[in-house]
Design a protein around this ligand. Sequence first.
Ligand SMILES: C[S@@+](CC[C@H](N)C(=O)[O-])C[C@H]1O[C@@H](n2cnc3c(N)ncnc32)[C@H](O)[C@@H]1O
Length: 354
Amino acid sequence: MTAQPLSNPSQLIIRNSSEQMSCLDHLLVVGLPGDQLVPHLLSDGVGRITALTRDFSDWCRLQCQLEQYRQRFSLTFAPTLSGEFTQQVDGVLLFLQKSKQLIDFWLAMVLSILPAGVPVWLVGENDEGIKSWKKRLQRCFGGVRSIDNARHCVLLEARDPLSQVGFDPNQWLETFTAGDDAKIYSLPGVFSHGRLDKGTGVLLETLDSPPSGKVLDFGCGAGVICAHIHALGGNCDFTLVDCDALALASSERTMQNAGCQSFNVMPGDGLPEVNDIYDLIISNPPFHQGVKTNYAVTEQFLAQSRRLLRPGGELRIVANSFLRYPPIIEQAFGHCQTLLVRDGFSVYRAMRRS
Ligand SMILES: C[S@@+](CC[C@H](N)C(=O)[O-])C[C@H]1O[C@@H](n2cnc3c(N)ncnc32)[C@H](O)[C@@H]1O
């Protein structure tokens, strides 16, 4: 596994770590990127680091690459710190994410365990909106200042929380309805948080009669597609895969609340962890990484999905019509049928014939 180059926010942290962080005994990092920041901080003098990531591929990569630091470094793949997190920290570093609601959510989590006098640093890129965060932090902290500004990033420091209350992730769940009956629960940061995505809505329109058998939803988000199929009354056994810990927690809640007895929520970066055989593979697959279009994950998913279908099994996806997926599906399956084109989205179907 090759090491990822240091991100711009990590470079800004390293520029400041000897001054700001080298005397820390225990640093908590929330939203750790998948690069090599941790060895830099440990060699700069930070005693130990406890970190949280929402990203399954970063978690897999860092678990393996940073194995030698395990006495001084632990990394959790989860939406939030677990309830048992009671260890004292003397510094918290938070990496800005695209979703403002997610940072509010993580800040509330951090504030609920923050010992008095401990600084919270927030780092992020200008095009992620870090500049607006100085004001936003002033709503929760008595002292907020800019520490550095370079590499198209800003590092902010906040101290003296104005109030400290308990943190209950359930209070941050938003709900919406998909199709006629399916109630969806989503946490901040999850794809299409709190509302039905247009493309997903077009896909659901093509599901009028309930499928049966084993169903795999790749890139499940908040569990919209499986919850809709369950609400249609299908007798299905569901597997929901996503690389985002917040999505998996939301899907779990959605399926539990739907009263579904037979579902399995699985972390995955693509399909390599999936070994079962399915009757239906269904997806509104990802095509973005950050702000860039990234076809690689979905191209691999489409190419691999045939081997996970039983003969006669079906692949069904929705995508922006401009994305050139039909040739990839044709290459894997020998054909590709367009079921519906609406509002700039197309629903494609292919059957495994043998
Ligand atoms: C377009 S969203 C669809 C979400 C949901 N199915 C819906 O329709 O609302 C794509 C999902 O794929 C997930 N994803 C992105 N890259 C992935 C990867 N490499 N492996 C698994 N899931 C991935 C994202 O976290 C996101 O939840």
